[in-house]
Design a binder for this molecule. Structure first.
Ligand code: SAM
Ligand code: SF4
Ligand code: SF4
Length: 337
């Protein structure tokens, strides 16, 4: 495989985005991701399993040579990774990498936002499923406080992150009534709330289709209160459908991978904290990159190019079909969304 030519997979899709998990531990136990009754308290705390900053640096440089331009740091909870700003500082200077973003539950954001901004991070997504303190606490597995997350959002703004994305996963009967309050709270602030359909990731969240609220239902509900118009995607492969408020109050987004699969435009690879490549959010097994990393950047470029060229994933388009129905699926907290 000629690594100078960015690879395309079997469905013609380039490798444009990378989600890199920097840690698989988390300080929350959200039921849709890491249910407390199934994931032990000390899960993911063995630091020796994680890629080192040197390994991550080499890995990201190799992915840039394969065409990757957008990197998102995730987890588990990425702000639990020690010296994260130092990692960001190293990655921010890699030539060819256009964009570094971070997804966090926000609990530790207030104390780290400034250091992350100083290190060169410019985009943060905060997951926030509810404004009601009890609903929020319940959804975090009784580990999180909504006030702390909101303080983290304010601190991020003060540190220079002008426009945050706020992600909310909506589950029927749990936080559906939080949708309008979330929109109301962030309309007109410059932040963009995005509603994510509850997905059947992993094998432990007891996913049922009837617990998922389709984006179209939420969009109609929001539009009845604040009229909306569709906006153009910012770029090809953008996963969220964007809508603007007619009154100029900003925008809102919907990620609808259950009701409206977008596999045809899926340009995203995922790497777990221990260095396994997953070519789909719903993949069963990852391919170990760590042993190849030991042979350096060129070896990794050649190896990943081959793996990407063999990729044929399109789980969401096949959801429910015999081909994928009984397949094992990697847990979300290992690959970070
Ligand atoms: N801990 C960080 C956080 O929560 O933002 C980063 C990792 S978390 C796995 C990344 C995103 O995945 C979060 O926005 C979370 O809401 C989302 N997520 C987890 N499980 C999900 C599910 N079953 N369906 C839809 N989104 C999910
Ligand atoms: Fe932790 Fe994020 Fe998963 Fe919640 S969604 S359990 S915060 S990794
Ligand atoms: Fe991409 Fe897999 Fe999701 Fe399809 S199901 S959009 S291939 S991650």
């Amino acid at each position: 495989m000629n690594a100078a030519v960015p690879p395309r997979d079997r469905l013609g899709r380039p490798l444009h985005d990378l989600r890199l998990s920097v840690i698989d531990a988390c300080n929350f136990r959200c039921g849709y991701c890491m249910p407390a009754d199934r994931v032990p308290e000390d899960y993911g705390t063995d630091a020796s399993q994680r890629l080192s900053f040197d390994e991550i640096d080499t890995l990201v440089r190799a992915f840039v040579r394969l065409g990757m331009r957008k990197l998102r740091l995730t987890g588990g909870e990425p702000l639990l990774r020690k010296r994260l700003p130092e990692l960001v500082r190293r990655l921010a200077v890699i030539p060819g990498l256009d964009d570094i973003a971070l997804t966090t539950n926000g609990m530790l954001l207030a104390s780290q936002a400034q250091a992350l901004h100083d290190a060169g991070l410019r985009r943060i997504t905060v997951s926030l499923d509810a404004l009601d303190p009890d609903i929020f606490a319940e959804m975090s597995g009784r580990r999180g406080q909504v006030g702390t997350v909101l303080a983290g959002i304010d601190a991020a703004m003060a540190a220079g992150f002008a426009r945050l994305k706020i992600n909310a996963v909506v589950q029927r009967g749990l936080n559906e009534d939080q949708v309008l309050p979330l929109v109301e709270r962030f309309r007109g602030t410059g932040h963009v709330v995005r509603f994510i359909e509850f997905m059947d990731v992993g094998d432990s969240n007891d996913w049922r289709q009837d617990r998922m609220v389709p984006s179209s239902v939420l969009r109609d509900r929001i539009a009845a209160r604040w009229p909306l118009h569709p906006l153009q995607a910012d770029y090809r492969g953008e996963v969220a459908e964007r809508y603007g408020f007619d009154d100029g109050g900003g925008e809102v987004g919907f990620v609808s991978s259950v009701s409206t699969p977008f596999c045809g435009d899926c340009h995203r690879a995922r790497v777990s904290a221990d260095g396994r490549l997953f070519t789909c959010l719903f993949a069963g097994e990852g391919a170990d990159l760590r042993s190849v990393l030991a042979h350096g950047e060129d070896a990794l470029v050649a190896h990943v190019a081959q793996l990407w060229a063999a990729r044929g994933d399109r789980y969401s388009e096949l959801r429910g079909s015999p081909e994928v129905r009984d397949r094992r699926r990697v847990e979300m907290y290992l690959i970070g969304g």
